[in-house]
Design a binder for this molecule. Structure first.
Ligand code: NAP
Length: 302
């Protein structure tokens, strides 16, 4: 039987509608809306397209949105001063610095200069620590892992007591999602295994998973025979495997493939995310959720 498709595109719409309604209500009651600033240094085409999508989404849900474009030659000191200004601006609840930064700027220094209470990306060491502690300590879960957890929950998949296997141990996906799934609380309480390139017998671990989360960046790494029948499979991988001409625009676009052999896996899994249209749309959505949360913290509503 074919697995249920967990579509990020549909879940995104649900969540963005919830956020829009909540922003409207807060505006009516408190006269404020969430403020998000996106700092873009230089003209990297991929960064411009990410930033454009973030701005479009922020406008859609009714945020105050500031796009702060800085020249490629901005000094590190000036960038740090700019962040300090936004840290002290009460109308700004979230600060994003689009990566990569030019080579003359220390990325770590810049990211660590963001006030942890405005770090809606959730990568500041303070927020990584809060995530590790769990429960009420958590302010801003990093966006892609938060999106993965939200998809699992909204798909109605039981996480309590479930065997979760995470393929990959990066700081942006593997480690945080593993940490989130083992916390005591709703949408978690799982037994978690993390596997990576040094793991012996990857297949045997994957085969035990009730929930298999794959974030390796290797197209088709997970074979259908590694999947437990009925498992929930979350494919985080986004791999460019070629180019094609878009039927809509006539322009050349990338052909994307996940880390899971989708067509075959779909016949074994109980639920599965497609690539594209699965985890991808969730990241910016959760960024909006974190920014709204930041305003709610500052108003004492969360
Ligand atoms: P990363 O930093 O390259 O980490 C990949 C992890 O996978 C590493 O821990 C690596 O193990 C492990 N790995 C690689 N090949 C493996 C193999 N053959 N067997 C077992 N483990 C293997 O990647 P990332 O940033 O986490 O991203 C992973 C994928 O998710 C990429 O395709 C990326 O584009 C995608 N992604 C998507 C979104 C989104 O949809 N919004 C967001 C973030 C990332 P070692 O540690 O041992 O090297």
């Amino acid at each position: 039987m074919s697995a249920k498709l967990i579509k990020g595109t549909e879940i995104r719409e649900e969540i963005l509608e919830e956020i829009t309604a909540e922003v409207k209500e807060i505006k009516e009651k408190h006269g404020v809306v969430p403020g998000l600033v996106t700092i873009l240094v230089g003209q990297n085409p991929a960064s411009i397209s990410y930033v454009t999508l973030k701005i479009k989404t922020a406008n859609r849900v009714g945020f105050k949105e500031i796009q702060d474009n800085q020249s490629e030659t901005v000094s590190e000191a000036d960038l740090l001063a700019l962040i300090d200004r936004y840290n002290n601006d009460d109308s700004i609840n979230g600060i994003l610095v689009q990566l990569p930064l030019p080579k003359h700027i220390d990325e770590k220094k810049v990211l660590n200069a963001i006030d942890p209470d405005k770090d809606v990306d959730g990568f500041h060491p303070v927020n990584v620590g809060r995530l590790m502690i769990g429960g009420d300590e958590v302010k801003f879960p990093p966006c892609t892992p938060a999106g993965i957890q939200e998809m699992i929950v909204r798909a109605g998949v039981e996480t309590s007591g479930a065997e979760v296997v995470v393929v990959g141990r990066s700081n942006i996906v593997g480690k945080p999602i593993a940490n989130m799934m083992l916390q005591k609380g709703p949408g978690a309480n799982s037994t978690v295994t993390v596997v990576h390139t040094r793991t012996r017998d990857l297949a045997a671990h994957c085969l035990r998973a009730d929930i298999l989360i794959v974030a390796a960046g290797v197209p088709g790494l997970v074979k259908p025979e590694w999947i437990k029948p009925g498992a929930c499979v979350i494919d985080v991988g986004v791999n460019r495997v070629g180019e094609k001409v878009s039927e809509k625009t006539g322009k050349k676009i990338a052909v994307l493939k996940g880390d899971v052999d989708f067509d075959a896996a779909r016949e074994i899994a109980g639920a599965i995310t497609p690539v594209p249209g699965g985890v991808g749309p969730m990241t910016i959505t959760m960024l909006m959720k974190n920014t709204l949360k930041s305003l709610k913290f500052s108003l004492g509503l969360a």
